[in-house]
Structure formats: structure tokens, C-alpha cells
Design a protein around this ligand. Sequence first.
Ligand code: B12
Ligand code: SF4
Length: 546
Amino acid sequence: MQAPRVLMVYPRFGSHSFWSYQASCAFVGAKYPTAPLGLITVAAMLPPAWEVRLVNRNTEELAEDDFAWADMVMTGGMMVQQPDTLRIIEMCRARGTPVVVGGPDATSSPHVYKAAHFQVLGEAEGILDKFIEAWNADVREGVFVAEPYKADVTTTPIPRFDLLKFDQYLYIGLQYSRGCPFTCEFCDIIELYGRSPRTKTHAQMLSELERLYDLGYRGHVDFVDDNLIGNKKAVKAFLPHLVAWVKEKSYPFEFSTEASINLSDDDELLSLLSRANFFLVFVGLETPNTDALVAMRKKQNTRRSLVDSVHKIYAHGIFVTAGFIVGFDTEKNRVAEEMIAFIQDSAVPISLVSLLTALPNTQLTRRLAKEGRLHSGHELMPDGLNDTCGQGLNFDTLRPQRDVLRDYVDIVRDVLDPEAYCDRIRRLVGLLDYSQRPDAAMRSNRRYNIAGIEMVKKLIDQMPEHGHLFWRTFVHCLKINPRAVQTVVKLMVLYLHLGPFARSMTLQMEQWIAEMERGSRYLSPQERYAARVVVQKRPSVEPRVR
Ligand code: B12
Ligand code: SF4
């Protein structure tokens, strides 16, 4: 039997997302922030004789030739990619090409993906072999479900990084652990990957890094772990190996990751991360309100000053990006002022403010369903929705929805205002301590290594209206912490996206609020979409192929 040719297609994300950073990517010559780690991991698990071609629809076109070449298509991703995943499945159906869907959204909402010939649900390590066996036995339809949280990540092969065109991306992801020990009510990670973090071996991680290095990649590498410090003992044992590796290679990579705020309680861990050249960590701060934190079961964020905790991380030369949420049941009155003050005090330039979203497969979603407050179609992603920024509130909130949206608009407008953004950068610069970082570590990311001043001039050309602000911020940095220049430039480049994003997001919300003030009922984005479809009929989703 001839080995099949597998076309892997990574579906499109909405381009108006907080996370798309289109203008920022274009500025430094990339096409999209990051690469499809899930698909290239699956590609590495296929039998060596199976030929694989990868098309990332966020960076390149899918051509008719690709379909003509393929014996099967593999696709899948997150909820925000749902419309395009369904489009890809439709394209395959139209051409008679068997299509296999997998990944987090298909796992959480398999009913949405019924049109695919195959569903391979859960972590592929636990189930892909069964699919391969079935394919080899000429089976051309089926559903394969992995046992939850059982996949042994020590068996995960090195992802097929060779399938990536590195220049297309701002950073490349790799993964050390899956799962998180905490219990946040709105989180789907603990349902998909479990509460007991499973880690790869040190040798596995070093081989992944070595492979990236040998393929010529340099620059930003993101540890996509749900919570890198979920198993502190394990990560503390691994980091000294990473420290030694980066030192020996003269710091080819700088790292980012995601971690819970209790990272700030552990000096040893912070120091190890700093020595390994971690420069950025994403933390879910969510809200300054303790009652809300307790109610959402995010106790790790309570009994501490969140602002001091963030600044402690800065003192190790690691800057924080953070997530904040509006729309909790505990909100009685207006929350905007408190949230804005919290974000400004914390001096976190990149603050992702989301509307609370009941993601499929969470404790929150189950509770809201029980209380009769969950909107129908809450798990569907109509075209044009992008992320939990504009998409949230797919349930009845306890206070009027209009008030929640009003708070949201005011927060986004204020914190992503250029003055406020640059003010946070200037405060960050005063708090970041890079004195322990070797010079080589400060130069790991070549994309930003051209003289800072040249980049700032180029940036000002693109945003002349904010030129004076950026210039002032840059000069301030040169004066008080010249080693932070690259960080400042990076944050300014990201504002090329965040500024326009905030403007269009708030404009859209203002329209919704105005409608509600004229007496309309709040419709979640899913409901709005459904209403539009009834009136206008759904526009054709004829796939675009080259
Ligand atoms: C890194 C990450 C991001 C990054 C980068 C994402 C990217 N473009 O790759 C950023 C920060 C941008 C991001 C953003 C968001 N994310 Co995110 N993200 C992750 C995270 C932490 C890791 C992803 C990853 O690379 N995993 C490693 C790979 C190896 O795992 P994997 O993709 O799951 O693949 C495995 C299996 O699923 C399976 N598999 C995957 N694909 C396929 C395909 C086939 C055919 C088969 C057979 C198997 C298969 O095999 C793999 C090996 O086991 C995951 C959680 C997680 N642990 O995966 C959340 C996750 C994917 N994100 C999620 C969400 C909700 C979001 C946001 C919507 C959140 C928001 N606040 O707005 C945004 C939207 C993004 C956008 N509009 O661009 C949810 C998705 C839930 C769902 N039902 O779809 C997840 C699961 C958890 C979470 N809540 O964060 N995210
Ligand atoms: S700390 Fe983060 S990953 Fe862990 S349960 Fe809470 S939200 Fe989920």
C-alpha cells in the first residue's frame, strides 16, 4: 500500500484580533506572530514514509495544487479558527479529499465538526496510532478519542520545525509541560490538559532547542506551557540545563512563557529564568477585586499585592504582559476606574482586557448552563469574531450588559491610549533590572538589533501623530536604563497594532451600547450574527484558492 501524502492546513485567525499584530509583523518583516505547533507536533508522529506538506493560511495561500497533491488533509485549531476550519472541511468535501480534524476546539466541541471524515480528539500522543492503523486498513471515516490527561509527553517527538518558514514569524513556540494545578472557574486548560502538569524530559527539551538551532533559527522562542511553573520542582530541575545550554551557545534565543503570579514568591525560580534569558512572562492578573478572585477560584492571586508581585518580576529583568477580565458576577457597580488604576499602577504596557467568555468545557460554562444564563450557540464562532476581547459575554450577566460594555470600552480606551501606554513603558523602564544579563543575552533577537534610534525614527514615520510621545519615551529610556532600549522599541512596535486595534474595538462597542440605549436587547456576537443571517442570508463562503 502506498504511503499517503498529507496536507496539513492551519486555519486562519480573524485579522482584527488583539493577538494578530499585523502592522507590527509587517514592520519587522514577519507575516504572523507565531507558528502552528500543534500541527507540526502531529506531523512528527506520522509514519516516516507519509509525506507532509504544511500550509499556514495566516501566512500563505492554499492552492488548488496542494489539494491535487494530497491524499488527505489534516486541520484544526482553536475556537477562533472555527469558521476557517469549517471552510477547509467544506473544501475537502467538495474535492472528495478525506479530512481529519483535531486540536482543542474539535476536542471541546466535536458536534461542530461533524462534517469532517475523521475526528481525532484530545492529545494526539494518546490516539493518533489508532487513526493510522485505521487508515492503513482502508477505513475512511471515524472518530478517535484519547483518554483525557493520559498522554505521555515524554514520548512526544521533536516537532517538525523543518516544515516552518521561520522568517514568517515573530517567534516560534515549543512546549515543556501541559496542564496546571490551579482551579480558575473560566479556564478550559484544566479540562483539556488536566491539573497535574506533565513535563517532557530534559534531554527532550534540549534536543528540541538543538534542532531549532541547527535549522538556523535565532531569536524569540515561546514556551507555550499553560503554566510553566505548574510543577515547580520539575522546572527548577530543568532550568539549570537550559541556563548551561544557552550560555554554551552564546544566547541564540530569548524566551517568553506563561506563568501564575506565585512565580513572584520564588527568588530562586526568578533568578533561574533570568539566567536562562527569559525576557517576558504572561500572567493572568484578571482583576484587582478580591471577591471576584475568590469567586472565580483564582486564590493564588489573593492575599498579596498584585502590583508588588509584578514589580518583583521586573526586578529580575523579565517584563510582564497580563490578562484582565470584565463581566464577573461579583461586579456590583462600575469597575472601570478601579481597573484602569490597577493597570496603570502595575506598569504593564501590554494589557489584554477581555470580556468574560464562557469557553466550551469549563466549570463556568457548566454553572451558567445550570443557572439558565448561557446563550445558545455560545460555543460557535461566526466569521468576523476574533478573540475574547470583542467576543465575550455569551451569557446573561448579573448587572446590565450595557454597563459591562460601557466599563469595558472605557478601560480599553484609557489603557491603550498612547499617553497611558507610554507612561507605563516609562515606569517599566525604571523597574526592569537588566544588570545581571550578559551583553550577548541582550542581543539574542536579531530583528531588533538594528540601532534603536533608526527603528524609532522608522516607527515615528508610521505614527507621526504619536511621534513626540515615542521620542520622549525613548530618550527617557536612554537616560535612565539604556539596556532597556530593545524592550522599549519592541513595545513601541507592538503599539503599531494595539493603537488601531483599540480604536476599532471601542468604536464597534460604542455602536452596540448606543443600540442598547435606544432600547434594543443585548445580543451576544453569536446572536447578532444569527440575526444578520436571518435578514441577509449567510454570504457565500466559497473558499479562496490560488
Ligand atoms: C500558545 C497559545 C496561544 C498563543 C499562540 C497561539 C498560536 N497561534 O499558536 C496566543 C497567546 C496568541 C493565544 C491566543 C488565544 N488563545 Co490560546 N493557547 C495557547 C496554548 C497555551 C498553547 C498552544 C500550543 O501551541 N500547544 C501545544 C500543542 C502541541 O498542543 P495542541 O495545539 O493542543 O496540539 C495537540 C492536540 O490538540 C492535537 N492536535 C492539534 N491539532 C491537531 C490537528 C489534527 C488533525 C490532529 C489529529 C490532532 C491535533 O495534537 C497535538 C499534540 O497532542 C493553548 C493551550 C494548550 N495547552 O495547548 C491555548 C488555547 C489553544 N488558546 C485558547 C484560546 C481560547 C485563545 C484565545 C481565544 C484567548 C483570548 N484571550 O482571546 C486567543 C485567540 C488567539 C487569536 N485570535 O489569535 C484555548 C482554545 C479553546 C478552544 N476551544 O479552542 C486554549 C486551548 C486554552 C486557553 N484557554 O488558552 N493562544
Ligand atoms: S492559572 Fe491559568 S492555566 Fe491555571 S487554571 Fe488558572 S487560568 Fe487556567
